[in-house]
Design a protein around this ligand. Sequence first.
Ligand code: BDR
Length: 339
Amino acid sequence: MRKHFRALGAVLTVGMGCTLLGCPKPDANPPTPVGGVQNPVPAGPVSIAVIPKGTTNSYWQSVKQGADAAAAEENTGGEKVKIVWQGPEIETDFSQQINLVNTQVTSGVNAIVLAATNAESLDKPCKDAMAKGIPVVTIDSGIKSPENSVCYIATDNVKGGALAADALAKQIGEKGDVGVLMFAKGSSSSDDREKGFLDEIKKFPNIHVVSNLSTDSDTTKAVQVTTNMMTGHPSIVGLFGANEPGGVGAARALVTKGLDKKVKLVAYDASADEERDLKAGSIQALIVQDPFQMGYKGVKTALLAIRKQPIPSKFIDSGVQVITAPDLAKPEVQKLLHP
Ligand code: BDR
């Protein structure tokens, strides 16, 4: 891992309202103090549970790299911060994730950094943790009630969905039938991208969304869903894969069916497979987030809460951008893709 000791100086999003999560504007709600029991500032080493939505997709490995980098900065001269990394096997298993959160609370971790598989279902486990004086920082995919975490660090996924719609419209000459591959109804990253994409694509009167199906954030399923979608809608000239499995699975299906030159594909994330497909031309554009920073700032913000230091904002925008094949030659893009 290339050393990335990026200042925590977060890109604070001022005046940014979220959508489904109702994230407050920073000046609207001062940072939420951890509710309920006020645990004392620990004198010795602390443990922070980092609980992703899943562990299969490479995206989460970038989150883990960021979390580990933040802990490494604290651990010069001896272990002061221990990261407990645990996530569900599949990203739609919110029951398992609830159990992981509750188990970590029972085990007495000092803080939790969580990417919620479901905004509703993980709300109460976070509320219960905070009531016991265990601060929760949400990353990537938030929870329903902002007061049940001390900070939310994520991509503005409504903006990301809109960027995907504009990029796909450009690729297909602003006309034709398109298909959408979402991944997890009820998870804010999926719902916000869907909202952003569908609202933006309406600006192009000659583009019609003819199919919108879920991949359940599973690459194998994404291959099958894309294959079925193309069989049912042979008129499709463009696809939006709304996360890594959707991008990789759709590209694989298009190449297998010999459609990768006819159908344009815009995909979220930037796994090694997606980068390869972008170079090969089976993906035309990637919507790239910064999972490393989500993990890094998630742990750093959790430490601020543990140490009862001020948290600058309730929402930190970790950034999103569109990259195409020529952009891969840029050092800053390589640094983003390979932290
Ligand atoms: C994908 O799921 C989303 O929650 C992340 O933002 C990423 O796009 C990883 O499987």
